[in-house]
Design a protein around this ligand. Structure first.
Ligand SMILES: NC(=O)c1ccc[n+]([C@@H]2O[C@H](COP(=O)([O-])OP(=O)(O)OC[C@H]3O[C@@H](n4cnc5c(N)ncnc54)[C@H](O)[C@@H]3O)[C@@H](O)[C@H]2O)c1
Ligand SMILES: N[C@H](CO)Cc1c[nH]c[nH+]1
Ligand SMILES: [Zn+2]
Length: 418
């Protein structure tokens, strides 16, 4: 990994640029895909499956026999692991349920919020270069807890673990389509794929751009969750082999991934770089990882204050603090998708099984977005009830304000009751 020593603040922006293609270029590629699915429906889905994924789709919907067979194609160990992950993710997301409180703002005036699962949701499960069945749990479990009535799943992969995890989450509508065309299918609906109100899920740049484009047409999305990234802040208490392993764990996702190492210790950076070479040499996805490492850097900084400023600017999807007093220092982080503390908290734990959600904002979107949670799958509807006495207490205030806005009918709706 390139080493950048003591950069000036004016260099941060260039230094922290993501390797993703220009969004305008990707949108130009994706917009015609969306249009064809919108206007031609299933015919376009079949064409794109053939040209992008090299599959001739007999049936766009996953056959029920494949779903039923899935369990028998997986090892007992893998099924056990999936169940353990399911339990932890369920526990963490179930705890996010909140009991709405009824608040009496004035005597006789009561307001509250009721929580409702979004009726129809679509989840995208990446499957271009790896079948991310863990993402099924990350999206299917909160949808299940939220009580979403219809959950549609699209993925270009037919890996049995995706089907098995989907069954655990009660998802039965599975479509074997990927990329921007899958996002379009869920956004507009086709003869086969049902239209949904909100689309969730990570994916490559085409998937992410498609989500952002359909969002402009009024379809809700979770957030831009594109190519994976991790930043590691390591001091001399870190273990260089652990740090290198964490960097490679995200670099192996794809050529457009980016990883960042920030340290006040030149010795640590050099040791991590050596470890990277050793570990990369035996990594099956070395081709992806080494390309991603070309887009990545190790940055040597003077002190912790500068390290934290850089990391907050970068707003990494994942931030690992392999430093002393990690929890205390994490209080000073205000821009990151998910934080991992200490030497024994690999980012992979959050990817699979600790309980937190791995669908997280990339490309700096962690400055304004949170990762997926139970909240992402629900709407909160406000409810209020005012008694005959309550309107006497509140009425004067409303009339005063409505008349000042020159909206007499608003004022009358109160006066008539008083
Ligand atoms: N941010 C997160 O929370 C998160 C979580 C998991 C994975 N990810 C990211 O998801 C991505 C998965 O990517 P992937 O490619 O393996 O799978 P994917 O399922 O996202 O994309 C595969 C699809 O891309 C389409 N495609 C491929 N080349 C294309 C082209 N030239 N033009 C138009 N469409 C094309 C194809 O239709 C294919 O089905 C990785 O970048 C990974 O880092 C992010
Ligand atoms: N690291 C990815 C989120 O950026 C999630 C994932 C799934 N499987 C492995 N990793
Ligand atoms: Zn990962």
């Amino acid at each position: 990994m390139k080493i950048i020593k003591y950069p000036k603040q004016s260099d941060y922006k260039a230094l922290l640029t993501r390797p993703t293609q220009d969004i305008a270029v990707i949108e130009q590629r994706v917009a015609p895909i969306l249009y064809r699915v919108k206007t031609e429906g299933d015919i376009a889905l079949r064409d794109f499956a053939l040209s992008f994924d090299k599959v001739h789709l007999e049936s766009i919907e996953m056959p029920s026999t494949a779903i039923e067979e899935a369990a028998s194609l997986l090892s007992e160990d893998l099924k056990q692991a999936i169940h353990q992950a399911y339990k932890n993710i369920h526990k963490f997301h179930e705890a996010q349920k909140s009991t709405p409180e009824k608040i009496e703002t004035m005597s006789g005036v009561t307001c509250w919020r009721k929580t409702v699962g979004i009726d129809k949701v679509g989840v995208y499960i990446p499957g271009g270069t790896a079948p991310l069945f863990s993402t099924v749990l990350m999206l299917g479990i909160p949808a299940q807890i939220a009580g979403c009535r219809e959950v549609v799943l699209c993925t270009p992969s037919n890996h049995p673990a995706i089907l098995y995890a989907a069954s655990l989450c009660g998802i039965t509508k599975i479509y074997r389509i990927g990329g921007a065309q899958a996002i379009a299918a869920m956004a507009y609906g086709t003869e086969t794929v049902p239209q949904v109100y909100k689309i969730f899920g990570p994916g490559n740049q085409y998937v992410t751009a498609a989500k952002m484009l359909v969002n402009k047409e009024g379809i809700a999305i979770d957030m831009p969750a594109g190519p994976s990234e991790v930043a590691v802040y390591a001091d001399d208490s870190a273990n260089p082999a652990f740090v290198a392993a964490d960097l490679l764990s995200q670099a192996e996702h794809g050529v457009d991934s980016q990883v960042l190492l920030v340290s006040t210790s030149e010795k640590m950076i050099e040791a991590v770089n050596e470890e990277l070479e050793t570990q990369l040499a035996v990594l099956p996805r070395a081709e992806f990882a080494s390309k991603a490492l070309e887009n990545s850097q190790a940055i040597l900084v003077e002190n912790q204050q500068i390290a934290l400023a850089l990391l907050n600017d970068y707003a990494a999807e994942h931030l690992i603090l392999s430093i002393e007093n990690a929890e205390e220092v994490s209080e000073k982080i205000y821009q990151a998708g998910s934080i991992f503390l200490g030497n024994y908290t690999p980012e992979s734990a959050g990817d699979y099984a600790s309980g937190t959600n791995h669908t997280l904002p990339t490309n700096g979107y962690a400055r304004a977005y949170s990762g997926v949670s139970l909240d992402s799958f629900v709407k909160k509807i406000t409810v209020q009830h005012i008694t005959k006495e309550g309107i006497q207490n509140l009425g004067k205030t409303i009339i005063e304000m409505a008349e000042a806005e020159s909206l007499d009918a608003h004022a009358n709706a109160v006066k008539i009751r008083m």
